[in-house]
Design a binder for this molecule. Structure first.
Ligand SMILES: [Zn+2]
Ligand SMILES: [Zn+2]
Length: 246
């Protein structure tokens, strides 16, 4: 079993709140500098730049998982991770069709950059990705599950966007594999404040919107190799796979 350093929540310049330096080659370099073995790209309601980061990491030792950070109709952020691009793009299609219609020339799009593997500008993302989708938490969870991905509530303690911050507690359904807490909490304080987490594994990620933050928070996964199936096994504690909070 190998110990892999993972930061599974990183934004790019597709997110309007992501800094302009959050382009594929610089993210890959920042991950390397931070000693990470696995990263996941999760922009708000889209995965437009995930493939470019995968390409930028080709030939390096870094494993990149594509994902999206979906904002449910309740306003809750959900980290949706996939092993490969195809299901991530299928999820993006669902998310896009579930976003409100806004005029194409809307101003927000000028802050949502789609780039190539070198970080060169390709086009603007015209979708209102900062808005909630029309799917509720359960519906997002089911769609990700159907596509073979994993859905983990992001920074559950954040007041406006974390599942506990919004709902007050973890719902009984759906049955998440894990929860993510923000950098503001320790594992102990999270379990004390939200007993409804119960026995769910807790992961920590940077939620990086700028380069210096990449790898600031991380989780160590003990796996045979780096795949989403192995990560899920580690969260379940199956076959000797496990997680270790860094
Ligand atoms: Zn978030
Ligand atoms: Zn985020």
């Amino acid at each position: 079993m190998n110990a892999y350093q993972a930061d599974l929540h990183i934004h790019t310049v597709a997110s309007p709140c992501g800094q302009v330096e959050m382009i594929p080659p610089l993210i890959v370099e920042a991950a390397r500098m931070a000693g990470l073995d696995i990263i996941a790209i999760a922009d708000h309601n889209c995965c437009e730049n995930a493939e470019a980061v995968l390409k930028a990491a080709e030939g390096s030792a870094l494993r990149v998982l594509p994902g999206l950070e979906v904002q449910s109709v309740e306003g809750v952020h959900l980290l949706c991770l996939f092993d490969v691009m195809e299901p991530a793009l299928a999820m993006q299609e669902l998310v896009y069709s579930s976003l409100p219609d806004v005029p194409k020339a809307a101003k927000f799009a000028r802050e949502q950059f789609v780039v190539d593997a070198e970080g060169e500008f390709v086009r603007f993302c015209e979708k209102p990705i900062s808005l909630p989708v029309r799917m509720d938490i359960e519906q997002v969870f089911r769609q990700v599950e159907r596509l073979g991905g994993i859905c983990v509530p992001s920074h559950i303690d954040r007041p406006g966007t974390g599942i506990c911050g919004v709902l007050g507690m973890m719902p009984d359904e759906p049955r998440f594999e894990a929860v993510e807490i923000s950098a503001n909490l320790t594992l102990e304080s999270a379990r004390a404040r939200y007993p409804s987490i119960g026995g769910l594994p807790i992961i920590q990620n940077s939620d990086a919107h700028w380069l210096e933050a990449v790898g600031e928070k991380r989780t160590v996964f003990h796996l045979e190799h780096r795949s989403l199936a192995e990560i899920i096994k580690a969260l379940r504690g199956e076959d000797g796979r496990r997680i270790e909070n860094a």
